[in-house]
Design a protein around this ligand. Structure first.
Ligand SMILES: [Cu+2]
Length: 136
């Protein structure tokens, strides 16, 4: 009787270990999948075209930055020009650059001296967003 009971206890322990290992496995699979897809979703959700454009000129028109996702080399000066009759701003999410309020026809320029990805927005219309990627 005692050996039979010990056998069932060992069986239960083995089942518990198997369930824990299975849970850890699922956790790692979900975690690695989450980190792998995170960068691609940020780029596609912020760009209407899904691809970056190599330019240092951004027009602000029809309540949008055009193009909204650009790539420049370190040391490049990017110029935004407001073509809308509505006032806009160009404001970095990390606070590294910020324009004054830009009336129609006004421009703002910023020189990017540090490689990185700079997300920005219009503080008056927070749904207006853009990205500048600065390559070394
Ligand atoms: Cu705006």
């Amino acid at each position: 009787m005692n050996t039979k009971r010990r056998g069932s206890v060992i069986l239960i322990v083995i089942i518990i270990i198997a369930v824990v290992l299975f849970a850890i496995g699922i956790f790692y699979v979900l975690n690695s999948r989450k980190t792998a897809t995170a960068p691609s979703t940020t780029t596609t959700s912020t760009s209407s075209t899904g691809s970056t454009v190599t330019t240092n000129i951004v027009n602000i028109k029809e309540m949008a930055f055009t193009p909204d996702n650009i790539t420049v080399k370190t040391g490049t000066t990017v110029t935004w020009t407001n073509d809308d009759s509505v006032v806009h701003t160009v404001t970095a999410n990390d606070g590294s650059f910020a324009s004054d309020s830009l009336a129609q026809g006004k421009s703002y320029s910023h020189t990017f001296n540090t490689p990185g990805t700079y997300k920005y927005r219009c503080v008056i219309h927070p749904n207006m967003t853009g990205i500048v990627t600065v390559t070394p």
